[in-house]
Design a protein around this ligand. Structure first.
Ligand code: ADP
Length: 209
């Protein structure tokens, strides 16, 4: 079906790891396929050693094929003229140019669906996600379950050897040995190496004399 006459849009599926973003992306892609839309699925990847066709799999084990892309130019280049739905998973790893690419595609009548985590392990905005949220027509922020208390989890806890990772680590750790847990705000811990070096200012020292 031609794109002309169709209204394009940008949908962002975001939230903490394990919140079901990939499940939701796959659900929307499958439904678009049932509606006989022509769909292209991309997966942002930092490490191009793996090449070839990738799969997007949700933590519940379902999967779909996706073309790996390492930057927004690839997305712009690989989208076919008759594609009606473009999905990009792990969009937090993309360069800032993905915002313009998503806008251009939407302007041309494409339904753009992106999914990615909104915060890095420190709780700071991850990559282009903030700007994508700003230009999106539809935003869904999903939650996981905090592995410590069972409340709703909103934050990505990075662990190294089972202990909270320090704030000074790189935002993206390619091939790292760290692991992640979904946690609520109260149980999200980001110690700083600087805490060990700087003595804490006591209440009396902190008061103006
Ligand atoms: P995301 O793409 O957001 O990382 P997925 O779609 O890959 O999430 O996986 C979501 C699934 O992960 C859930 O349906 C559930 O089966 C599983 N899961 C594992 N740990 C948790 C958790 N702490 N909270 C919620 N779901 C979890």
């Amino acid at each position: 079906m031609p794109r002309e006459g169709r209204e394009g849009s940008i949908e962002v599926i975001t939230g903490v790891m394990f919140s079901g973003k990939s499940e939701e992306l796959l659900r929307r892609v499958r439904r678009a396929m049932i509606a006989r839309r022509s769909v292209q699925v991309f997966k942002s990847q930092l490490d191009d050693r793996y090449g070839g066709i990738q799969r997007i799999s949700s933590h519940d084990g379902r999967e779909i094929e996706a073309r790996p892309v390492s930057n927004s130019r690839d997305v712009a280049e690989f989208v076919e003229p008759d594609t009606e739905v473009v999905a990009v998973d792990e969009v937090q790893f993309m360069d800032p140019g993905i915002v313009a690419v998503a806008n251009e595609l939407a302007d041309q009548g494409v339904r753009v669906i992106v999914s990615g985590t909104d915060m890095d392990f420190r709780g700071l905005t991850f990559g282009p996600i903030g700007n994508l949220l700003a230009v999106a027509e539809k935003i869904d922020k999903l939650h996981a379950i905090c592995v410590v208390c069972g409340d709703l989890a909103t934050r990505n806890q990075r662990l190294i050897d089972g202990r909270p990772a320090p704030a000074e680590g790189p935002t993206i750790q390619v091939g790292g040995l760290e692991s992640y847990e979904a946690r609520c705000r109260a149980h999200h811990l980001v110690p700083s190496d600087l805490d060990d070096q700087m003595p804490l200012i006591t209440e009396s020292e902190g008061q103006a004399s």
